[in-house]
Design a protein around this ligand. Structure first.
Ligand SMILES: Nc1ncnc2c1ncn2[C@@H]1O[C@H](COP(=O)(O)OP(=O)(O)OP(=O)(O)O)[C@@H](O)[C@H]1O
Ligand SMILES: Nc1nc2c(ncn2[C@@H]2O[C@H](COP(=O)(O)O)[C@@H](O)[C@H]2O)c(=O)[nH]1
Length: 199
């Protein structure tokens, strides 16, 4: 029987560096995670590619997917829907591959309720001032949207307690090493629990 893959959920406020850290992890030697591409009603930013960064859909299309049960989780965040297509997660885990989700806090907590065996990692900024300057420095959002994202972050940080791990993203390479260590330990724990080392 194929051993089920590990579900890894990286979450935290917008601008903390989830995408930056995730891309750096994926470049590391020996890392073979499958990335779950989310669906969103947000408009693509310059350079974003449909089917690679997100599946960009209309509100009507997204609401149809919700109705059809196609979303493992979804959230409305700063006036747009974001969600995780269910079939990719189920099929990929069943085929024995590890799946990596990079989603907001509302969504991560929904997934944790449904799939508590996953590894839930909250990426935290050194402080809120730093978070705001990362959002400003990224240059992708209006001042109004940045204020909404920082306001959301204040509530999201309070949810850190519900995660298995908190990782500070002070320096990208350090955050990458911390997350890799967590995943190595979790994989060993899961293997042991399944009794693979009994023989
Ligand atoms: N450790 C770090 N130190 C300084 N800047 C960082 C660090 N990590 C990420 N950044 C910068 O912060 C900005 C936001 O990063 P990123 O887009 O990866 O955040 P995110 O959490 O994925 O955001 P969103 O949830 O909105 O997609 C980027 O400009 C990125 O280069
Ligand atoms: N609940 C979900 N949140 C998601 C998903 N995909 C991305 N996100 C999060 O939304 C915000 C905003 O993203 P942005 O690309 O507009 O900056 C951020 O926190 C993302 O991590 C998802 O499938 N479900």
């Amino acid at each position: 029987m194929v051993q089920r893959g590990l579900l890894i959920v990286l979450s935290g406020p917008s601008g903390v560096g989830k995408g930056t850290v995730r891309k750096a992890i994926f470049k590391e030697d020996g890392v073979d995670f499958r990335y779950s591409i989310s669906a969103t009603t947000r408009k693509p930013r310059p350079g974003e590619v449909n089917g690679q960064d997100y599946f960009f859909v209309t509100r009507e299309e997204f609401e149809d997917k919700i109705q059809n049960g196609d979303m493992l989780e979804y959230a409305e965040y700063v006036n747009n829907y974001y969600g995780t297509p269910r079939s990719f997660i189920e099929e990929t885990l069943a085929s024995g591959h590890d799946v990596f989700l990079e989603i907001d806090v509302q969504g991560a907590l929904q997934v944790k309720t449904k799939m508590p065996e996953g590894v839930y990692i909250f990426l935290t900024p050194p402080d809120l001032k730093n978070l705001r300057s990362r959002l400003v420095g990224r240059g992708t959002d209006s001042a109004e949207v940045i204020e909404k994202r920082v306001a959301a972050a204040k509530d999201e940080l309070k949810m850190m307690i519900n995660y298995n791990y908190a990782v500070e993203n002070d320096v990208v390479s350090k955050a990458v090493d911390r997350i890799k260590a967590i995943i190595t330990a979790e994989r060993l724990r899961v293997t042991r629990v399944l009794g693979e080392l009994d023989n």
